[in-house]
Design a protein around this ligand. Structure first.
Ligand code: C2E
Ligand code: CA
Ligand code: CA
Length: 893
């Protein structure tokens, strides 16, 4: 969990380096200022020194040059010569002359006699001073050597003086007649220059040492040289200027201190500025962080404020908001899912990747009797079992691996070991990386369905009246028997037996007598047919048997069958003699297909009946005529399709209560000029065989789509059903046809229904199943035809999006019998359990209609109401067609 603190490390990371850089910058800048200060101080000092030095030097050289000019002028003055040699001259000539020259305080002139004694001195100077000058070693040496000279001397007070010595040469004498000494007072000279007192100035003339000698350290120094030109002599002059560093150091240090203080102040400013800058930069980030923390803490789940400028941060906020929206949706979904989980009527079981239970919902717990604690951690596989055992597990894991889901039937084991028939739909849970996180299994208790299914199966396999296998079951058995016979080259006979005048028995002696007859005949046949036979009651008064033909001579079998009848039966109404007509076909001579074998036997029986009731007929040459017809039909099919000889008639379907038309079933009709009317029961199987059923269906569908608007305009809300056999899905042309037709107008398929028989649907393979689903997706409704005859597993039907089922005609016909009644009732119950609509087919009597209404079936079609009619008859009528309703119906049409 994040800390809800404001000083963020991110801010420190911004301000830290910023402060560091700025501090370095300020330090460098301060150092630079300090360095420059030092440099400036140094340069100032040295230039100042040089200036002073140069000024002093120039002044000195100029002074020496001037004085030496004056000395020269004096020395060559005849007055001087005269004055030196004249005893009165000193007072008369020289004193005034010298006084004229000595007027300034800066320089003085002394005149010495040829021996170097003071001859005349400035009045302002004492005799002692004059004597000191005259006796100065420089002066003395010049006098002694009788030449010009120069030199520096220090007075008793330590003040420096420049001395220039000029020989006074009398042109008339060889030796010097005297000397003039010019003295320049250096302090006076310097005073006139205004040189500050801090500067210490030393001088030297010629190769003399500097005077006074500089002392001390920490001094700036500068030295300059120049040569003063005098008459005959050149006087090299040196000036050395010094100044103590202390004063400028004080000044410099002051400057440095100021710079330092300034630097420190700037660093302080920079630091707080950098912090403020970092704060301004990270403030929005901090706010964002705070909001995120609130969301994390579960305070709220709403969009983050995004009011700042459009920058990266606002983009981040936007992105976070988008994530929030997603998260919210996800949460909502999750909430919905968990609601579904907890309130679902189906049991839901969630397992981990190892197949161990992690969660189960309340529905599952109440269904299985377990507590959640008892279930969690258990292997889900141990909770159910299946008739297929290992095979199921393998199929399930394969399907899960390949498609990620599996569904099918299994038996869940209740906590008290009771078995719960269930439908299970298992789906893989995959994470984003496609890793298996476990499975979710939806378990539907189908006990009730199973119960109905079992009852139906029992009823469906057995003929309740006679206890014989019923026709469907028989068909299954015969199929095996045929395959076996084929493999073992055995020969069989198919015996079709039809009671003579059975209707008359019923009518004259009552149904009970009829039933007794049927039962008696059934047990008689079971007892007397050759051993190993298969026998069933095909319908009310029809029996069919399959027996092995062992003898090479079929006449023997014929005689055996002949001996079966007549039969004396004791009934409540007295003894009755029962006869029957028998037709026989042979496997494999007449046909090898069960359906064809039946037709052959049926044909043989009919032929025999035609001749004389109570006889036996073999399927023979005469019967070939039938086949001939089949062949003719077969050969005309294509032509009929080409010429569109097929018509469609519509049989109304009604609400049994009020006689309102609720729909129509489209039935194909074919009238051939030579063969006459051909029933679809005849030509549809042939069309299937000839593989033109697809074209036929498209032809019918086309006409249905054309007639549909007419019918629906006349009968608002009526649905129109057409029949299809599964072959039409082989090449998906029907799907293409219907989707093409509905491309521009969805309403084309509105109220269109497609009828598939139950047995056909249960045989449809998964790829065809997809097409059926696609059709339903387009709005076509699926109707299961002939329900109850082609018994199939109900769970197979649950895969289909069925809208309606039609109770087969055979059950409606036998409604007055308890068995058929029960079957019809079970089918109605089943439709209710599964949520299907239900229609009864072949309603021929008001009793049938009333019984259907009583058991909850409110839709029906049948000759009681109407036969199939051309569309022109249905829509052309001026008056709306009135069908008999439950109250006013009295006659059968
Ligand atoms: P189905 O789909 O079960 O059609 C109902 C059959 O029962 C029709 O016979 C109809 O005339 C007949 N019927 C209607 N009401 C009654 C009644 O009250 N009592 C009796 N005894 N019969 C009644 P139909 O027209 O001879 O058709 C026979 C079968 O041919 C149909 O049985 C259907 O499976 C097939 N068929 C008809 N038209 C087409 C078609 O266009 N395409 C395909 N594939 N099959 C068709
Ligand atoms: Ca039908
Ligand atoms: Ca039907």
């Amino acid at each position: 969990m994040l800390q809800s603190t404001t000083p963020s490390r991110f801010r420190d990371r911004i301000s830290g380096p910023l402060i560091k850089i700025l501090r370095l910058y300020v330090a460098l800048f301060t150092s630079l200022v300090m360095g420059l200060t030092l440099l400036a101080a140094y340069l100032y000092q040295t230039s100042q020194l040089e200036y002073v030095r140069e000024k002093v030097l120039m002044r000195l050289v100029a002074e020496i040059t001037n004085q030496s000019g004056e000395l020269n002028a004096l020395a060559t003055s005849p007055l001087l010569w005269t004055g030196l040699t004249d005893s009165q001259g000193r007072e008369v000539y020289l004193a005034p002359l010298l006084e004229r020259f000595n007027r300034g305080a800066l320089r003085q002139f002394y005149v010495l006699d040829y021996r170097g004694r003071i001859f005349i001195a400035p009045e302002s100077r004492s005799a002692a001073v004059a004597t000191a000058i005259a006796t100065d070693p420089v002066v003395a040496t010049a006098v002694l050597e009788s030449r010009d000279g120069y030199g520096l001397r220090a007075t008793a007070k330590g003040e420096l003086q420049v001395m220039l010595i000029q020989r006074i040469q009398n042109p008339n004498a060889e030796s010097a007649s005297g000397f003039i000494v010019g003295v320049i007072d250096l302090p006076t000279l310097l005073g006139g220059l205004g040189v500050d007192s801090e500067a210490q100035i030393s001088f030297a003339l010629g190769d003399q040492l500097l005077m006074p000698v500089p002392e001390g350290r920490w001094m700036f120094a500068s030295e300059g040289r120049a040569v003063a030109a005098t008459g005959d002599l050149e006087v090299p002059v040196r000036v050395h200027v010094e100044r103590s560093m202390v004063a400028s150091a004080v000044f410099t240090i002051g400057g440095l201190l100021v710079a330092l203080l300034l630097g420190a102040w700037m660093i302080q400013r920079v630091k707080s500025w950098a912090q403020r800058f970092a704060m301004a930069t990270t403030q929005r980030l901090d706010r964002l962080l705070l909001e995120c923390q609130k969301i994390l803490a579960g305070e709220r789940l709403q969009a983050l404020a995004n009011s700042g400028p459009k920058d990266e941060l606002s983009q981040v906020t936007e992105a976070l908001n988008a994530m929030l929206v997603q998260q919210r949706k996800f949460t909502d979904d999750l909430r919905a899912t968990s609601l579904v989980f907890s309130t679902a009527a189906e049991g839901i079981l969630i397992t981990d990747p190892e197949g161990r239970v992690v969660r189960a919902n309340d529905a599952l717990l109440s269904m299985t009797g377990y507590t959640l604690e008892a279930l969690v951690g258990q292997r889900a596989g141990t909770l159910y079992r299946s008739d297929q055992g290992e095979q199921l597990r393998r199929a399930m894991s394969l399907a899960l691996q390949e498609k990620g889901r599996w569904s099918g039937e299994a038996t869940f084991i209740h906590r008290d070991k009771r078995l719960i028939p269930s439908h299970m739909a298992v789906s893989r849970i995959l994470d984003d990386e496609g890793e298996v996180r476990g499975n979710v299994t939806v378990i539907t208790d189908i006990s009730r369905l199973k119960k109905i299914e079992h009852q139906l199966r029992d009823l469906a396999n057995q003929d309740a009246l006679t206890g014989l296998p019923n026709f469907r079951y028989m068909t299954e058995q015969v199929q095996h028997r045929l395959v076996q016979a084929q493999a073992e080259s055995k020969r069989l006979a198919i015996v079709f037996l039809d009671l003579d005048n059975f209707k008359q028995v019923n009518d004259e002696h009552g149904h009970d007598a009829g039933d007794t007859v049927v039962k008696a005949l059934a047990s008689h046949l079971s007892g007397h047919l050759p051993p190993g036979h298969l026998l069933c009651r095909r319908s009310g008064d029809e029996f069919i048997a399959v027996v092995e033909r062992t003898a090479s001579d079929d006449n023997e079998l014929g005689r055996q069958l002949h001996r079966l009848l007549p039969l004396e039966v004791q009934t409540e109404a007295g003894p009755l003699t029962v006869t029957a007509t028998i037709g026989v076909s042979r496997f494999p001579e007449d046909a090898t297909d069960w359906h064809e074998l039946q037709i052959c036997a049926d044909v043989a029986m009919n032929e025999a009946k035609h001749e004389k009731r109570g006889t036996l007929g073999w399927y023979g040459a005469a019967i070939g005529r039938r086949l001939q017809r089949r062949r003719q039909i077969h050969s005309r099919l294509r032509e009929a399709l080409r010429t569109e000889a097929f018509e469609v008639h519509y049989q109304p379907e009604l609400n049994l209560r009020d006689g309102r038309v609720v729909g129509f079933e489209a039935l194909a009709r074919w009238h051939d000029p030579e063969l006459g009317d051909i029933s679809p029961a005849e030509f549809v199987p042939l069309a299937e065989e000839a593989r033109v059923i697809e074209a036929l269906t498209l032809c019918i569908a086309d006409k249905v789509l054309r007639d549909k608007p007419l019918l629906q305009a006349r009968f608002p809300g009526a649905v129109i059903a057409f029949n299809a056999s599964p072959q039409v899905f082989r090449r998906s042309r029907l799907l293409e046809f219907l989707s093409e037709r509905s491309v521009h107008d969805d309403s084309v398929l509105e109220g269109l229904e497609i009828e598939l028989t139950e047995s056909e649907v249960s045989r449809i393979d998964p790829s065809l199943q997809l097409q059926v689903q696609a059709l339903v997706g387009m709005g076509v409704r699926l109707v299961i035809d002939d329900f109850g005859t082609g018994y199939s597993s109900l769970s197979r039907l649950t895969h289909f999006p069925i809208s309606r089922i039609k109770i087969d005609r055979s059950f409606v016909r036998g409604l007055e019998r308890p068995r058929e009644e029960r079957i019809a009732r079970l089918i109605v119950d089943l439709a209710k359990v599964m949520g299907f609509e239900i229609t009864a087919e072949g309603v021929e009597t008001p009793e049938q209609r009333d019984r259907l209404l009583a058991m909850g079936c409110s839709r029906g079609q049948g000759w009681l109401f109407a036969r199939a009619m051309p569309v022109s008859e249905l829509v052309g009528q001026e008056q709306p067609i009135q069908f008999p309703t439950s109250t006013d119906l009295i006659t059968t049409p």
